[in-house]
Design a protein around this ligand. Structure first.
Ligand SMILES: Nc1nc2c(ncn2[C@@H]2O[C@H](COP(=O)(O)OP(=O)(O)OP(=O)(O)O)[C@@H](O)[C@H]2O)c(=O)[nH]1
Ligand SMILES: [Mg+2]
Length: 217
């Protein structure tokens, strides 16, 4: 019951959120088993809108040596899936409508439609959002958070849940560093022991280290 007015709403809302997350965790555990049975290496890419997730995938997939497939999450449009297919790699677009993140059920449905070759790297580009996607396990093997130098140095401090969940943080748009007020050393300090790769998805510097990291997955 609500301590302020006795209406009961806050208590119900908290219970509902816990149930939604518990159900998602259960489905994500099934996804993880299913991915393992097909030797799929699933990478969940998350960031604010426009940090360069799709651009990084486009560059990656043009030279990636292994089999790959992509699930694209956006509220609307199939623009990102179209960009991925233009590289020759299969992609499925998931539109979440009013939703602000992908969940385990959406990914399971999409991967069944995509039917990737066993042993593939399966890239999941989450909906652009530094908050909600951090809460939803998809059954992935690794979480990559992309932050670009145009977003400001303070993002790891302001959105700690997202960065705490990252196996790797990619700092993108390195080519713009001379023109913006972004302190890469301070950003690394804020990120603590987390692995960080700085790169430019458009110009290509730093991308080899990213490819090497992916091949360890
Ligand atoms: N200068 C520069 N621009 C970049 C770089 N990477 C991406 N961009 C630009 O940033 C803009 C957004 O890139 P996207 O790859 O669409 O970003 P996204 O994270 O996929 O965006 P959403 O899917 O909408 O969340 C585009 O204009 C890209 O060309 C980079 O390394 N350097
Ligand atoms: Mg995108």
């Amino acid at each position: 019951m609500c301590a302020t007015c006795g209406c009961g709403h806050p208590h119900e809302e908290i219970t509902l959120e816990q149930k939604v997350l518990a159900r998602n965790d259960h489905l994500a555990a099934h996804n993880r088993d299913w991915f393992a049975s097909r030797s799929l290496r699933v990478i969940n890419l998350m960031s604010s809108p426009g940090s360069g997730k799709t651009t990084l995938l486009e560059r990656t997939l043009r030279t990636f040596p292994g089999p790959a497939a992509v699930i694209e999450g956006d509220q609307e449009t199939a623009l990102d899936a179209d960009r991925i297919r233009a590289t020759g790699v299969p992609a499925v677009q998931v539109n979440t409508g009013a939703g602000c993140h992908l969940d385990a059920a959406m990914v399971r449905d999409a991967v069944e439609r995509l039917d990737p070759v066993p042993g593939s790297w399966l890239f999941v580009e989450n909906v652009g959002n530094l908050v909600c996607p951090a809460l939803f396990d998809l059954g992935e093997a690794a979480r990559v958070v992309v932050v670009s130098v145009t977003e400001g140095t303070d993002k790891p401090l302001k959105y700690p849940a997202m960065f705490a969940a990252a196996d790797l943080v990619v700092v993108n748009k390195l080519d713009l560093l001379p023109y913006v007020d972004f302190d890469l050393d301070l950003c690394r300090k804020y990120l603590g022991p987390r692995e960080v790769l700085a790169l430019s998805a458009t110009r290509g510097d730093g991308v080899d280290a990213w490819l090497d990291w992916l091949l360890t997955k």
